[in-house]
Design a protein around this ligand. Structure first.
Ligand SMILES: CC(=O)SCCNC(=O)CCNC(=O)[C@H](O)C(C)(C)COP(=O)(O)OP(=O)(O)OC[C@H]1O[C@@H](n2cnc3c(N)ncnc32)[C@H](O)[C@@H]1OP(=O)(O)O
Ligand SMILES: O=C([O-])CC(=O)C(=O)O
Length: 377
């Protein structure tokens, strides 16, 4: 048998999906046929989640029913809180998230795994329950207690409410909603593929999501959004600096980093080579936050890095680049950024888990052996 190795599975089409289409040639991303930019402009995150699972946007009645379910499942389960409290306050929030989903999974019955309606319910309940994990984790690090969810708020409003204990302005809520819509799904990225591999062994939904969280944590994938903020911090954020001054400093930082052959998080993409389809919408949301919070020096840092990278290597930002500073301006701790990605991607992951199970084949590639030939002791 010929053994062509495609390291990193670059260019390999592993299966088909009806959930999303990434087209790097047209720089487009469709969720179930709808351009992501249109969804980010016109639809709530709850509607996008329903689209992901059901393949169609919900009717008013379907949306109402889902909203009821979502609001009924928002509170932090005391058993999950207890498990989180056992973890050190300096544990990485991705470890806390992974543990929390694992605990939630252990409290579900796997017996009806094959029933798609049971799996769908598990997905929706997890979608509803997860924000409380992120919100509480940020709060406990700050020595604060749980804030109970509120039934009169939508998903994004309530997420911010549970995290910060205050009602955020509509401008901020909307930027948060946009980020949730944009992060929701991206075909066979590493974490989604992980979820599909786990599902392919006939394992359960929570195991697949727990594994996906592990894959998302790495800085080559979801962990890049927090790494972007580390870069900004390393360059130094000075609220009194002008946009131009900040841009000059960040451009110089990037040139020096590239001269040292550093990999810069938030830039580049395995599939998009001419820019990420989601960046313009996320950048618009970031611009609105910069105006709202009056933080033009952040835009300077952003511009300088982007410009220097484009000039030196013609590499464009990915979604994590504008998302990181947006979450920072909203008041999230840097380590919480990737858990926010989880909250959104639970929709895409669980849609893929359901799709994989509906037409399953065990995912088990081959390897070429390069160890020693057979030998004896
Ligand atoms: C939501 C998301 O998960 S989006 C991805 C988030 N990840 C990041 O932002 C991490 C930084 N980016 C990267 O590491 C890469 O661009 C990846 C992992 C995303 C894609 O990588 P690949 O498709 O494997 O491309 P690869 O890493 O081989 O890069 C090709 C070339 O561009 C360079 N390059 C790619 N991205 C970067 C970067 N961020 N900084 C500096 N150089 C880069 C590589 O060094 C390589 O150069 P070479 O050919 O001279 O060796
Ligand atoms: O598609 C990828 O490889 C990574 C990505 O952008 C995502 O998961 O959103």
């Amino acid at each position: 048998m010929s053994e062509e190795i495609r390291k990193g599975l670059v260019g390999v089409v592993a299966d088909s999906t009806a959930i999303s289409k990434v087209n790097p040639d047209t720089n487009s991303l469709l969720y179930r046929g709808y351009p992501v930019q249109d969804l980010a402009t016109h639809k709530s995150f709850e509607e996008v989640a329903m689209l992901m699972w059901h393949g169609e946007l919900p009717s008013e009645a379907e949306l109402d029913e889902f909203i009821k379910l979502e609001r009924a499942n928002r509170a932090l389960d005391p058993a999950v809180k207890e498990a989180i409290d056992l973890l050190p306050k300096d544990a990485h929030p991705m470890d806390v998230s992974r543990t929390a989903v694992s605990v939630i999974g252990a409290r579900h019955d796997d017996a009806e795994n094959d029933d798609p309606s049971v799996e769908l319910r598990k997905a929706k309940e997890l979608f509803a329950a997860f924000p409380a994990v992120v919100a509480y984790d940020q709060r406990r690090r700050r020595g604060l207690d749980v804030v109970e969810p509120r039934d009169d708020l939508d998903y994004s409003q309530n997420f911010l409410w549970m995290t910060f204990g205050e009602e955020y302005a509509p401008e901020v809520v909307d930027a948060f909603r946009v980020s949730m819509v944009l992060y929701a799904e991206h075909s066979f990225n590493a974490s989604t593929f992980t979820a599909r591999v786990i599902t392919s062994t006939q394992s359960d939904l929570h195991s697949a999501v727990t594994g996906a969280i592990g894959a998302l944590k790495g800085s080559l994938h979801g962990g890049a959004n927090e790494a972007v903020m580390h870069t900004f911090n390393e360059i130094g954020i000075d609220k009194n600096e002008s946009r131009d001054e900040a841009a000059t400093r960040s451009k110089a930082w990037m040139e020096a980093a590239l001269a040292e052959k550093k990999k810069i998080m938030g830039f580049g993409h395995r599939v998009y080579k001419n820019g990420d389809s989601r960046v313009p919408s996320m950048k618009e949301a970031l611009d609105r936050m910069i105006e709202y919070y009056g933080r033009h020096e952040m835009l300077g840092l952003y511009d300088g890095l982007e410009k220097a990278m484009a000039e030196a290597k013609d590499i464009q930002p990915n979604l994590d680049y504008p998302a990181g500073p947006t979450y920072h301006l909203m008041g999230f701790d840097t380590d919480m950024f990737t858990p926010l990605f989880i909250a959104s991607r639970i929709t895409g992951w669980t849609a893929h888990i359901i799709e994989q199970r509906a037409d399953n084949a065990l995912i088990r590639p081959l390897s070429a052996y390069h160890g020693p030939d057979q030998r004896s002791f």
